[in-house]
Design a protein around this ligand. Structure first.
Ligand SMILES: Cc1cc2nc3c(=O)[nH]c(=O)nc-3n(C[C@H](O)[C@H](O)[C@H](O)COP(=O)(O)OP(=O)(O)OC[C@H]3O[C@@H](n4cnc5c(N)ncnc54)[C@H](O)[C@@H]3O)c2cc1C
Length: 367
């Protein structure tokens, strides 16, 4: 089949690679240059969790992703994931922490927050009354290295990747206006991140675009620390980053934005993140050494939205959104292939419009 993939973030790249490998005639299109910093996929690192507390559907996705990550690492000749372990934390009774414990195999008990300081030799601190679940199957993904790999690998498998060409919004069928050219396809997959609502307006009301800022902190004693996901009001998350830094982000804090005009990080962002650094990272300087902005596309229930357009069933919205999609990247190509070839898995159906009834199996997402 002749397939257009609109958007070459991590989702679009994975889809192009997989569909081309499976013999489809694939063209991937992006409005910006390769490795650009304006969507949701850029940056040095992302958190990997193999037993995500968000629910069984995500655990299944992560299990599907695990061997595919190893395949990608083998092809690239480099590791993409550094397994650091993780601390899933929150105020006593946190449904997220309880869910992490329930979904993990084995009898591991919850820790109290004040156990973390000695456990991490003083590097991480938490309030005494928090519940903490230690998850060994967590780590850090070298996000930009993965994007760079897919930009090399997808063309080797036969995908044509075209950068610097914007597909005109809205998409109204299987013929796309691409810059000055028009081209017809058998199927169109819209993996356009924060621009998805402009390209397919029927979904716009379900795709809120939010500005997010992450910050890197320097420690007086740099060493590899576990990743953190905190089920508090701001949804703090953290992970070790290159050059001995530790990166913090706020899953739940940050206002609405246009994807074409995102405010640069400022002093208010630094202070909001420093507040959490002071609490959680006692050996780190709470003044960030650098900050970056990123886009979240957030659905009302914060779960992925992968659904055909009602106006044209061969056009698929593929929104691996709400700030927690990167860890499943290798499966995105598989999900797109299932849709294209008419053999949907339960995971794919769970992210459709009607399949959201299955949302009882899904909890509050984290990074
Ligand atoms: C700050 C931050 C931290 C995160 N942390 C984690 C984490 O720790 N763990 C985790 O698993 N996930 C995390 N995520 C989520 C993960 O990064 C995203 O789910 C993922 O990157 C989404 O990728 P995407 O390809 O859907 O979107 P994008 O990367 O935004 O790609 C969309 C692409 O579409 C292109 N495009 C849009 N419109 C058009 C058009 N009209 N024509 C041509 N091209 C177009 C854009 O230029 C863009 O390149 C985080 C996200 C952010 C922002």
């Amino acid at each position: 089949m002749k397939v257009a993939v609109v958007g070459l973030g991590i989702a679009g790249l994975s889809i192009c690679a997989r569909l081309a490998l499976s013999g489809h005639d694939v063209i991937g299109l992006d409005q910006f240059e390769p490795m650009h910093q304006r969507g949701s996929s850029h940056g040095d690192t992302r958190i990997m969790r193999l037993t995500p507390g968000e629910g069984e559907t995500y655990v299944e996705l992560a299990r599907r992703a695990a061997p595919l990550w190893r395949t990608w690492e083998g092809l690239a000749g480099q590791p993409f994931i550094q397994w650091t372990g993780g601390l899933m934390a929150g105020p006593s009774g946190s449904p997220f922490v309880t869910s992490c414990q329930r979904l993990s195999r084995g009898p591991a008990a919850l820790l109290r927050g004040d156990a973390i300081h000695p456990l991490t030799r003083g590097a991480i601190a938490m309030p005494r009354e928090w519940d903490v679940f230690r998850q060994e199957d967590c780590g850090v993904i070298a996000a930009d290295a993965v994007r760079a790999f897919l930009l090399r690998q997808a063309p080797r498998w036969g995908a044509r990747l075209v950068h610097g060409k914007r597909v005109t919004a809205p998409i109204e069928g299987l013929t796309l206006q691409i810059g000055d050219d028009r081209a017809a396809f058998d199927a169109v997959i819209v993996a356009a991140g924060a621009w998805g609502g402009a390209l397919l307006p029927e979904f716009a009301g379900r795709l809120a675009v939010k500005r997010r800022v992450v910050a890197w902190f320097q420690s007086s004693e740099p060493r590899i620390l576990p990743v953190l996901c905190v089920d508090n009001e701001d949804g703090v998350y953290g992970m070790p980053a290159p050059r001995g830094l530790y990166k913090l982000g706020l899953h739940a804090a940050g206002g609405a934005t246009s994807p074409d005009d995102v405010r640069e990080p400022d002093g208010r962002d630094a202070e909001a993140l420093a507040e959490h650094a002071r609490l959680l990272l006692p050996k780190h300087d709470p003044r960030p050494v650098r900050m970056a902005r990123c886009l979240y596309t957030v659905t009302p229930d914060e779960h992925f939205l992968i659904a055909p357009a009602q106006t044209q069933e061969r056009v698929l919205l593929f929104s691996a959104c709400s700030g927690h999609g990167f860890k499943y990247a290798p499966v995105f190509g598989q999900l797109a292939q299932e849709w294209l070839e008419g053999v949907p898995s339960p995971e794919l159906l769970a992210f459709g419009l009607s399949g959201r009834a299955g949302a009882t199996r899904l909890g509050a997402p984290k990074a």
